[in-house]
Design a protein around this ligand. Structure first.
Ligand SMILES: [Zn+2]
Length: 385
């Protein structure tokens, strides 16, 4: 079955061009965009006329879903006291929480994510195999696409490690520094053998950077992507660009945890593929709109010339898709997957000299009308708040 969306505006193609009065025809079974046109009427018999802006669905490239219900605890604590495994407050709370509470927490995070108009998020899920299974269960209930990166427990033998990799979409380590080179190499080989994702927090804090976690991670772990890079500078960004290792930056989390200011402008200039994530759902509200606005403004502070709306729109769409190995995504075009978010024609977005800039700087979750993941709606049926 095909359906055509007749929309007022759409952001089309890899150059994110703004087009007016656009028809987007979707093959619902295949979940693909099959035609884009400019006729007054759509291609299918009953085109849907929607007063909306169609954009490629944004992707939140880094979250921790289970701490939503611990929100705002330990406000005066340092990052180590708050979230560092195994003794940080978050890990004590996770250990103490009942399964039902964790399920509720993950579910709230997912519902919130859907309400912000994203179709996908990548979750660094704590708690080994059990933690991964909990997140899978919630994701299935909401139909949201959660990319779950599991974390091996210290006591895991080889069999358990393999099972974890099998259950998850890959591995996401809090830090590679707590593992021996031989162990990292084994994890790397196993994960890559399964064609899955291999990620870690890297150089989030000054101390981890000074301990050499960047070189250590690249040498022994050989990640598919890294997260944070708060302390990375031009030389390291150039290495990432050359080795084609994407970087997920989380500037709001870096500010909240008081670890430092990520050099986003430098990362862009060096050619590193940058995407954005909101990190811990308990301390940073998982809104990709707040994140992209903050990242843009911070970059503007660092180098105004780098504050180009297209670059930032690409971070939360195409770059994030590539980082998570999601092919044919992040762009609305013929042959691409129909992952489309429809935004209302809200005055805060359309009364503007630059719609793309307004989208990244002024969108609110109340402006989100619908999210389609491979042509199927995520919002209307599932959201109660
Ligand atoms: Zn994180």
């Amino acid at each position: 079955m095909e359906k055509t969306l007749n929309v007022k505006y759409a952001i089309i193609g890899e150059n994110y061009e703004l087009r007016e009065n656009i028809n987007i025809t979707i093959d619902v079974e295949k979940g693909l965009i099959v035609n884009i046109g400019t006729l007054q009427r759509g291609f299918t018999e009953k085109p849907l006329n929607i007063s909306a802006i169609a954009i490629p669905s944004p992707i939140n490239a880094h979250i921790h879903s289970a701490d939503f219900i611990f929100s705002c605890s330990g406000l005066k604590l340092s990052i180590e006291e708050l979230v560092k495994p195994p003794h940080g407050l978050k890990h004590k709370l996770l250990k103490k929480a009942r399964t039902k509470e964790l399920e509720k927490s993950i579910m709230q995070t997912l519902k919130y994510l859907i309400s912000t108009g994203v179709s996908t998020a990548a979750d660094f899920r704590e708690g080994g195999i059990k933690g991964v299974k909990l997140a899978s269960k919630s994701a299935k209930k909401t139909k949201f696409r959660l990319i779950i990166l599991g974390r091996p427990l210290k006591k895991y033998n080889m069999e358990k490690l393999k099972k974890l990799i099998k259950e998850a979409h890959g591995i996401g380590l809090s830090s590679t520094l707590s593992f021996k080179p031989s162990y990292l190499s084994i994890v790397s080989t196993l994960v890559k053998g399964e064609g899955k994702l291999l990620a870690a927090h890297v150089s989030e804090t000054k101390s981890s950077y000074e301990e050499g976690d960047f070189e250590y991670t690249l040498k022994y772990y050989k990640p598919s992507f890294i997260v944070h890079g708060t302390y990375l500078r031009r030389r390291e960004f150039e290495i990432l660009a050359e080795k084609k290792i994407p970087l997920v930056m989380c500037p709001r989390a870096n500010t909240f945890f008081s670890v430092g200011v990520p050099q986003i402008a430098e990362a862009i200039k060096s050619g590193t593929m940058v995407s954005l994530g909101t990190d811990n759902a308990g301390w940073i509200l998982p809104s990709i709109w707040r994140e992209v606005e903050y990242a843009f403004n911070l970059t503007r502070l660092q180098d105004r010339k780098m504050a180009e709306p297209k670059i930032f729109f690409k971070m939360i769409t195409y770059n994030a898709a590539k980082t998570l190995s999601l092919e044919r995504e992040g762009v609305i075009d013929e042959g691409m997957k129909a992952n489309i978010t429809l935004l209302k024609l809200s005055p805060n977005i359309v009364l503007t000299k630059n719609i793309l800039a307004s989208i990244i700087l002024r969108t609110d979750r109340r402006d989100v009308l619908e999210v389609l993941l491979e042509g199927k709606p995520l919002i209307k049926t599932k959201l109660k708040w």
